[in-house]
Write a protein that binds this ligand. Structure first.
Ligand SMILES: Cc1cc2nc3c(=O)[nH]c(=O)nc-3n(C[C@H](O)[C@H](O)[C@H](O)COP(=O)(O)OP(=O)(O)OC[C@H]3O[C@@H](n4cnc5c(N)ncnc54)[C@H](O)[C@@H]3O)c2cc1C
Length: 253
C-alpha cells in the first residue's frame, strides 16, 4: 500500500509569539511537527505494518523542515520529500500549498493520504480537502478510527464530540483528529536508521506545474489578541455589590 503523509512544520505550542512589522518573529522559536500530523504519521505506520507497503512523508517548506522530516523517519516512515519553496515563492496560501502538494502527488500511485485535521498555526484546515479535490479522490476529515479491509475503508469521524461512521474506499485522503492513536516517540535505533533513509529535496522547477501557484488570498494584517484585563473583586456591603454588578453587566450588554 502506498501511503503518503502531509506534514507541516509549525511553532511549538508553548512558544510565545511575537509580531513585528506584521510578521511573526521566528528567531529563537522552537519548531515541531504539527501535533495533528503526528497522529497521521503514527496511523500511517500502523496501516503499513498491518497491510504492507511504504510510508512516504512530505512537506512544502524550506530546508529547516528537514529536521521534522527526519523525526518522522525516526518514528518509522520509510522515505521523505521536502519541496523547498524558499527561493521561489515570497508568499503562499492554502491554494498555493495544496496546488504544489497536488502536483507532487498527481502522477504517484496513491492508496492512502493522511494529513492533520488542522495546522495549529495557520489553522485553516483546508489543505487536506483541497488536495483530495485536486486528485479527485474522496476524503474524510477529523477521523478517530480507520479500518481497512481490502479496498473497503470504515472510518469513524469526530463530529464535535459525537461520532459518525463512514464507509468509503481506497484511494482515500483522511485528516487526523486527536484520539486517533497515541503517537510513538522516535527510539534511539529509529533515530540511527532515519539518517540512512531517503530524504529527497525538490524545488518548484522539478514539478510539472502547468498552472501557476500564485496566492489567491492576501494577509492584510497580523495582530495579537488584546491583553486580558485583570479581574475585579467587588468590595463593601452585599447590597451595594449586587447593584454595582448589575450596573457593570448593563454596561457590557
Ligand atoms: C515555507 C512557508 C512559507 C509561508 N509563507 C506564507 C506567507 O508568506 N504568507 C502567509 O499568509 N502564509 C504563509 N505560509 C502559511 C501557508 O500559507 C499555510 O501554511 C497554508 O496556507 C496551509 O494552511 P494552514 O496552515 O491553515 O494548514 P491547514 O490546512 O490547517 O493544515 C492541515 C494539514 O494540512 C497539511 N499541511 C499544511 N501545510 C502543509 C505544508 N506546507 N506541507 C505539507 N502538508 C501541509 C498538514 O497535514 C496539516 O496538518 C507559509 C508556509 C510555509 C510552509
Amino acid at each position: 500500500m502506498n501511503i503518503f503523509v502531509l506534514l507541516k512544520r509549525t511553532f511549538d505550542t508553548e512558544e510565545k509569539i511575537t509580531i513585528a512589522n506584521g510578521q511573526i518573529m521566528e528567531d529563537d522559536a522552537e519548531f515541531i511537527i504539527n501535533p495533528y500530523d503526528e497522529y497521521a504519521i503514527e496511523e500511517a505506520i500502523r496501516v503499513r505494518d498491518e497491510h504492507g507497503g511504504e510510508v512516504h512523508v512530505m512537506t512544502v517548506g524550506d530546508e529547516e523542515a528537514e529536521k521534522q522530516l527526519r523525526t518522522a523517519l525516526a518514528m518509522g516512515a520509510d522515505r521523505a520529500t521536502l519541496i523547498n519553496i524558499a527561493d521561489d515563492l515570497d508568499e503562499t496560501d492554502a491554494f498555493s500549498i495544496s496546488k504544489i502538494i497536488g502536483e507532487f502527488l498527481k502522477d504517484k500511485e496513491v492508496d492512502l493520504i493522511l494529513a492533520g485535521n488542522v495546522a495549529i498555526d495557520g489553522g485553516s484546515g483546508q489543505i487536506g480537502p483541497r488536495v483530495a479535490d485536486i486528485l479527485n479522490i474522496p476524503y474524510v476529515t477529523t477521523i478517530t478510527k480507520l479500518v481497512i479491509e481490502g479496498e473497503k475503508v470504515t472510518v469513524t469521524k469526530d463530529v464535535e464530540g459525537d461520532s459518525e461512521m463512514i464507509e468509503t474506499k481506497l484511494p482515500l485522503l483522511v485528516t487526523a483528529q486527536q484520539g486517533l492513536n497515541d503517537p510513538r516517540y522516535p527510539s534511539l535505533p529509529g533515530i540511527m536508521k532515519a539518517k540512512k533513509k531517503p530524504l529527497d529535496e525538490l524545488e518548484l522547477d522539478d514539478l510539472d506545474l502547468e498552472e501557476d501557484v500564485e496566492v489567491k488570498t492576501e494577509t492584510i494584517e497580523r495582530f495579537l489578541p488584546p491583553k486580558k484585563e485583570a479581574g475585579r473583586i467587588l468590595q463593601g456591603d452585599l447590597q451595594d455589590q449586587v447593584k454595582e454588578l448589575g450596573a457593570l453587566l448593563n454596561k457590557v450588554l
